[in-house]
Design a protein around this ligand. Structure first.
Ligand code: NAI
Length: 242
């Protein structure tokens, strides 16, 4: 296969799905990885119906053996997008250790497992994009999520240093409020609060993220690594951390 290979986690929904479509339109053969079998199958068939070169692999990214097995069965991956993540709200005085462990298992440890396995055979010049969150700067009502995304930023910087000698560029995107199914975790009141904090008055679109991933994995960039790019409609400019 001469096409470049991209793997996008959490590719069945939201910004992952938009990224799968965008990278396929850019000419990648795209492997969508998701644990939601019904959604992954449905969306893959839809994209294939549009003539796009997309396949899906259904697995839970916290299953280390399954993740390592999948990567070793694939050809070397040119672009890895660690997008899958989980979000829920817990009050600061009520969040439990189990909440922290759940957030870290998906949002950090699964990212590290997959990145390590992919990096073993990633060709020189490969690209990795991790989806963090602007919440890593600090936000209320989800301390476990905030901490897990701050960890993703740290891991991005460490990965960038480790892989730079091979010309592999690793960057993070820190989205603000993006209109995806993940926001169902917010009550209507919390959603209204979040929208009120948006300098642009509205949430971003999944395609805003997809187009930026496309840029970061394209051959046009060769000198950006270890960076966190905020896609938050300017929210990170203000002092509020709701
Ligand atoms: P989404 O909920 O629409 O999609 C996430 C996808 O990941 C789902 O298809 C889900 O099945 C999959 N997934 C979750 N855990 C998995 C696991 N263990 N194994 C395999 N697949 C798994 O979410 P959305 O909004 O598209 O989020 C994508 C990323 O962006 C996440 O990392 C999220 O934390 C981050 N983010 C989202 C923001 C938003 O406002 N929507 C803001 C900032 C960051």
């Amino acid at each position: 296969m001469n096409k470049r290979l991209a793997l996008v986690t959490g590719g069945a929904s939201g910004m992952g799905l938009a990224t799968v479509e965008r990278l396929a339109r850019d000419g990648f053969h795209v492997v969508m990885v998701d644990r939601d079998a019904a959604l992954a199958t449905k969306e893959t068939h839809r994209l294939q119906g549009l003539g796009l070169d997309v396949v899906c692999q259904v697995l839970d990214l916290t299953d280390e053996a399954a993740v390592r097995g999948l990567v070793s069965a694939l050809p070397p991956i040119n672009a890895l997008v660690n997008n899958a993540g989980i979000f829920d709200e817990r009050k600061f005085l009520e969040v439990t250790n189990a909440d922290f462990r759940r957030a870290y298992e998906v949002n950090l440890i699964a990212v590290a497992t997959l990145t390590q396995e992919v990096a073993k055979r990633m060709p020189d010049g490969g690209r990795i994009v991790n989806i963090a969150s602007r919440a890593y700067l600090g936000a209320k009502n989800h301390p476990h999520y905030v901490a897990s995304k701050a960890a993703v930023v740290g891991y991005t910087r460490a990965s960038a240093m480790e892989l730079a000698p091979r010309g592999i560029l690793v960057n993070a995107i820190a989205p603000g409020l993006i209109d995806t199914p993940l926001l169902r975790a917010l009550t209507p009141d919390r959603m209204a609060q979040q929208l009120a904090l948006q300098p642009t008055g509205k949430a971003g679109l999944p395609q805003d993220i997809a187009h930026t991933v496309s840029f970061l994995v394209s051959p046009q960039t060769s000198f950006i690594t270890g960076q966190v790019l905020f896609l938050d409609g300017g929210k990170s400019l203000g002092g509020s951390g709701a």
